[in-house]
Unconditional design. Structure first.
Length: 526
């Protein structure tokens, strides 16, 4: 008789063998689960909810797997007509929204139809139609695996942001057990999303009854192919496979003029429509990507698995699609699902639940023996392969990196960039400094660095090129940054070194010019 597999615990139905999972149905049994993990000499288990936005490795997972099946809702009236609702982490998010609508409680109606558990929602700050769980979150109770303690974290301590949180930034440390939200017995929140306003036949800013908004959200999601039908032809899926990518103002102007939907997220970041960008490269609903992987019949942004599909093949397909979009637009797509389990061959660029998330390269450049470790419970979004690409450089004061010793690792290639800023505008000076840094790259055996230039920008102003560089570093496409010195980031030393630390936190080595690296102008032609 076949043993248990990760495939049986995920909606994509991919994934290799595991030991019999620990299923938590009663929160009173949590301490017993913790003791079991400890007796097995594991730091933490691989924890899953519904597995609705994860890609499980073909080789499975050798450690403990815990499945959150806890359910239950309790409500307590608060002052001013508010209601504090506490929900077990394993409770389906769709059921919570339906319950709130039946009670005529506003706050979650725009989350209707989002698959997964309530415990997953704060991890990715789940949201849609202009609303997110962070809008109503009061606090969570979570097990801190590092400290071995149960903690209560108020909403502000969760560090929620667009599709992110402290739980997502520090995967593996936290297991969310309950989620408390504050709802109100009022009409729905103001409708801010135009397609939803159209669905309701109301003006943006209107506040229809909660039940009407919930019904309209479900109808709109159904029409757009966003409702998961476990028995339909597109059943084996993880929803949207890419996040809407962040874009600069210039990119937003260019592509919105071409018809691409562009919006500003809750953090004020401009984002382009990932589905539109895929269709720009020729993808379309129902398209066959490989023999066993297709775009869903309803939408391009959802890939579906079919007979013969593997997790390795699925992640390769994502990498291929992302590469096509980047080649056409210069915009990098970030995969949304998270990779779980053990991956002896890293073929793609999906976020994984290692104890410290790092970004890495395109699939053909990943380390060969990368292994994912246990994740924090349902971390249902992601981006790039975790795993260090370059070892941390030895550092001395005012010498922020050395890369010579890194270049001896053919499976860990350097991907270099240079950053320059000047004020006022000085094209000749920038060209000179760029040539110096490019020569330094050649001397160190680095590839020709991609240039990020903020010409005519004060150190205290917004620096779009620097933001693009940080974005690219976060996506794993840059891991060595050449600069004349930290002062290029800011004339304020503390601010400059804070930027250096941001790059280092993204596993970038910052290589600074020294006196012997600086070259006279006449030497640049050598």
């Amino acid at each position: 008789m076949p043993g248990p597999t990760l495939a049986s615990l995920t909606t994509l139905r991919l994934g290799g063998p595991i030991t019999e999972p620990l299923r938590l149905s009663d929160l009173d049994d949590w301490q017993e689960l913790v003791r079991t993990v400890g007796h097995r000499e594991e730091h933490r288990p691989l924890t899953l909810g519904h597995g609705s936005n994860v890609i499980a490795s073909d080789t499975g997972h050798s450690g403990t797997v815990a499945v959150m099946n806890t359910r239950g809702i309790t409500a307590k009236k608060q002052e001013g007509g508010a209601v504090l609702v506490t929900v077990q982490a394993g409770h389906p998010l769709t059921d919570l929204v339906a319950w709130a609508a039946s009670e005529k409680l506003a706050g979650t109606e725009c989350l209707a139809g989002i698959p997964g558990t309530v415990g997953a929602a704060p991890v990715q700050n789940a949201g849609a139609y202009g609303r997110q769980i962070g809008d109503v979150l009061e606090h969570v109770t979570a097990w801190d695996w590092d400290a071995g303690l149960l903690r209560t974290l108020p909403a502000r301590a969760c560090l929620l942001r667009h599709r992110g949180s402290r739980f997502k930034s520090d995967p593996g440390r936290w297991t969310i057990l309950t989620v408390a939200i504050r709802l109100t017995r009022t009409p729905a929140a103001p409708v801010s999303y135009q397609p939803l306003a159209d669905e309701l036949a109301v003006e943006p800013g209107s506040r229809p009854p909660v039940t009407e908004v919930t019904t309209a959200v479900l109808a709109n999601r159904h029409r757009r192919g966003l409702l998961l039908d476990p028995h339909g032809p597109d059943a084996r899926q993880v929803g949207s496979v890419f996040l809407n990518p962040p874009v600069t103002a210039a990119q937003a102007d260019r592509w919105s003029a071409a018809g691409c939907p562009v919006h500003t997220d809750s953090d004020g970041q401009l984002r382009a429509g990932a589905g539109w960008l895929l269709e720009l490269t020729g993808c379309h609903p129902g398209q066959r990507i490989t023999e066993s992987i297709r775009c869903s019949e309803a939408r391009t942004l959802t890939l579906t698995a079919h007979d013969g599909a593997t997790a390795t093949g699925f992640t390769r397909a994502l990498a291929d699609l992302s590469g096509r979009v980047e080649a056409v637009t210069g915009i990098a797509l970030r995969p949304e699902p998270l990779a779980i389990g053990t991956w002896p061959q890293a073929h793609a660029f999906i976020d994984t639940g290692t104890s410290r998330t790092r970004r890495a390269p395109p699939p053909d450049r990943c380390p060969r023996d990368w292994v994912a470790t246990a994740i924090d419970p349902p971390l249902f979004t992601g981006a790039c392969w975790s795993g260090r690409v370059l070892p941390r450089a030895r550092r001395t004061p005012h010498r922020t990196g050395q890369v010579n010793d890194m270049l001896d690792h053919p499976t860990r290639p350097a991907r270099a960039a240079l950053y320059l800023r000047c004020y006022p505008t000085d094209a000749a000076g920038l060209d000179y400094q760029r040539a110096v840094l490019e020569r330094l790259a050649r001397q160190r055996g680095l590839p020709l660095p991609t240039a990020f230039l903020d010409d005519g920008v004060r150190s205290g102003d917004q620096r779009p090129a620097l933001e693009r560089l940080l974005e690219r570093a976060g996506q794993g496409w840059v891991n060595v940054v050449l600069v004349p010195g930290p002062f290029v980031f800011s004339l304020d030393d503390r601010s400059a070194r804070a930027t250096v630390r941001r790059l280092e936190a993204l596993d970038c080595t910052v290589l600074e010019l020294t006196g012997r690296d600086a070259l006279p102008l006449h030497a640049l032609t050598a």
